[in-house]
Design a protein around this ligand. Structure first.
Ligand SMILES: N[C@@H](CCC(=O)NCCCC(=O)O)C(=O)O
Length: 252
């Protein structure tokens, strides 16, 4: 039987009671296992270069998950965040070098929401800190509700660019996606090819052009009830297949 690929998922560092914990949302772990067909392996965010490099030797792919926290703006040459903005310095110190190294080494990479923003920053791109305050832009934040089906429900259309991977996966030119973010791409990083845009022009998906393996990112949340959405399944299947190929090559 073919062995399942190991999918590394870097953690957020969250304060629970008196102590910081390394944690990843259950829906990302579930999608890495159920939709990508891998064995999820949570990677603590210790910000240690040697451990980051060593963990990339272990895994067959990396999933950069979403998070309520924002990347510290100095990473993309911007001024400080507004007071009260949630940051996760240890996640930044882990995911940014991890994504850079994964691309360099040809380790399959999938970025979701914060992960999408992280890969863009690693490639030299910049972010809007509050998309909804930019002239002509939509409000990409989630509705104010505790009902998760409403929060993660389809929110807006995206246009799938001609010749893109995602247009092939979707078999069409448009899709509807959920939207739970207020940061977004201001300038696209070097070597990233836009794959999908919202109706306000915000980039919603891209691929890393010169990557040696699958390297893809989306601003929305395909992990949310992926089994109900054929396009979400396709994204994870493509990632999972790249991870399986790497696992196979490493065994040869
Ligand atoms: N804070 C950033 C990133 C948004 C993001 O990743 N949201 C995910 C929320 C929780 C989850 O579903 O995991 C922004 O606002 O742009």
């Amino acid at each position: 039987m073919q062995q399942k690929p190991l999918i590394g998922i870097p953690c957020d560092v969250k304060q629970i009671g008196h102590f910081p914990f390394h944690a990843v949302g259950d829906k990302y772990v579930a999608a890495a296992a159920g939709a990508a067909g891998g064995v999820p392996l949570l990677l603590p965010s210790l910000g240690d270069a040697e451990l980051i490099a060593a963990s990339l030797e272990l895994v067959d792919g990396v999933l950069l998950p979403g998070s309520p926290s924002n990347i510290e703006p100095h990473h993309y040459r911007a001024g400080p965040s507004r007071e009260g903005t949630l940051h996760d310095v240890r996640r930044d110190a882990t995911t940014l070098p991890l994504a850079r190294l994964a691309i360099e080494r040809g380790v399959p990479l999938l970025g979701i929401c914060r992960g999408f923003q992280e890969i863009n920053v690693v490639m030299g791109g910049t972010l809007h800190q509050h998309v909804q305050e930019e002239p002509g832009m939509l409000d990409h934040r989630e509705p104010d509700t505790d009902d998760l089906d409403l929060m993660y429900g389809e929110a807006h259309d995206i246009r799938l660019l001609p010749g893109s991977w995602i247009a092939g996966w979707a078999g069409g030119e448009r899709a509807r996606v959920n939207s739970i973010h207020q940061q977004g791409i201001r300038t696209l990083g070097e070597g990233l090819i836009a794959e999908a845009v919202a109706d306000d022009g915000l980039i919603e998906a891209y691929r890393v052009e010169a990557a040696r393996a699958f390297a893809y990112a989306v601003q929305w949340h395909p992990e949310w009830k992926y089994w109900e959405n054929p396009l979400s399944c396709k994204i994870f299947e493509a990632f999972g297949e790249a991870c399986r190929q790497r696992r196979q090559r490493r065994k040869e």
